[in-house]
Design a protein around this ligand. Structure first.
Ligand SMILES: C[S@@+](CC[C@H](N)C(=O)[O-])C[C@H]1O[C@@H](n2cnc3c(N)ncnc32)[C@H](O)[C@@H]1O
Length: 266
């Protein structure tokens, strides 16, 4: 986890978020829309666009109860709650990110639909069969014990429930460019190949509805130069340019692959 620990305290993160919001010309005293925060709070490959795509693929409905594991600042949770109206529980290991998530939920007026819990993906603080959907973006790379992780996800899903995710998988060669966004050094990075991921999910009781490698699609997207904005991941991720550059190079050279899936409980 060392690679992803918040480097800023809860107080710093809150202050930095508020400063970035103001610097972007937004007024935190007025209700903010989740969309206008998208470049700040979707901390995963492909950003807000990737979350929108996963939301469609998972066919999440307003009445679904959703758990977002490793929720970060809860940008994806706010997208789900605002676009679909569903209730979302966020589970996040870093208390500092939890504080940032709670602040942004309040600033967007979504705190009545989103609850933030501090805890571990390997010991989910929820009863069996609590959720229709478990959602996870760019988190599994930090978790070594995939069997325990999938067992916990399976346990909290209702019969017929779905696990929707995206994450990095191991490619054909060892990961060699560090720091990466999920790991400052190799000791923090727990990648498995797409084949192994699928196989362990199957052994954990999941049935694949969709499983695809989106690396090439991601790389072929032209990164049109967006106007520089104070609302970036750099508000709470240090050394962002180098980490993002290393991630792109690792993808280009096939050291890592970007995968996403929707799996159903039997
Ligand atoms: C790259 S961020 C992704 C945040 C969020 N899913 C998003 O896409 O915006 C990974 C997050 O997973 C959290 N995390 C890593 N390992 C975890 C674990 N074992 N249990 C809970 N959260 C974890 C980190 O603290 C971090 O906030």
């Amino acid at each position: 986890m060392a690679g992803l620990e918040a480097h800023y305290s809860a107080r710093d993160i809150e202050a930095r978020i508020l400063a970035a919001v103001r610097a972007a010309g937004l007024n935190p005293e007025h209700r903010l829309s989740p969309e206008e925060l998208g470049a700040l709070d979707h901390f995963h490959t492909g950003g807000l666009g990737a979350s929108r795509e996963l939301l469609e693929l998972a066919q999440i409905r307003a009445e679904d109860r959703v758990l977002d594991i490793g929720a970060g600042l809860a940008g994806p949770a706010r997208l789900l709650a605002s676009a679909l109206g569903c209730r979302v529980d966020c589970l996040e290991m870093s208390p500092d990110f939890c504080a940032g998530a709670i602040l942004l939920n309040r600033l967007t007026g979504l705190d009545d639909r989103i609850e933030v819990h501090n805890g571990s993906a390997l010991d989910l603080p929820f009863p069996d069969h609590s959720f229709d959907v478990v959602w996870m973006q760019n988190v599994g790379m930090n978790i070594a014990d995939k069997r325990k992780l999938y067992a916990e996800i399976y346990r909290v899903l209702k019969p017929g429930g779905r696990y929707a995710f995206q994450e990095m998988a191991a490619g054909g060669a060892a990961t060699s460019y560090f720091p990466l966004p999920w790991a400052t050094d190799p000791a923090d990075s727990f990648l498995v190949s797409a084949e192994e991921m699928r196989s362990v999910l199957g052994e954990s009781g999941f049935i694949a509805e969709l499983f695809e490698d989106t690396s090439d699609a991601h790389l072929s997207r032209t990164t049109a130069d967006a106007a520089p904005s104070p609302l970036t991941l750099g508000v709470y991720v240090d050394n962002l340019a180098q980490k993002a550059g290393n991630a792109r190079r690792s993808l280009q050279e096939g050291q890592v692959r970007l995968v996403r899936g929707v799996f159903r409980v039997k």
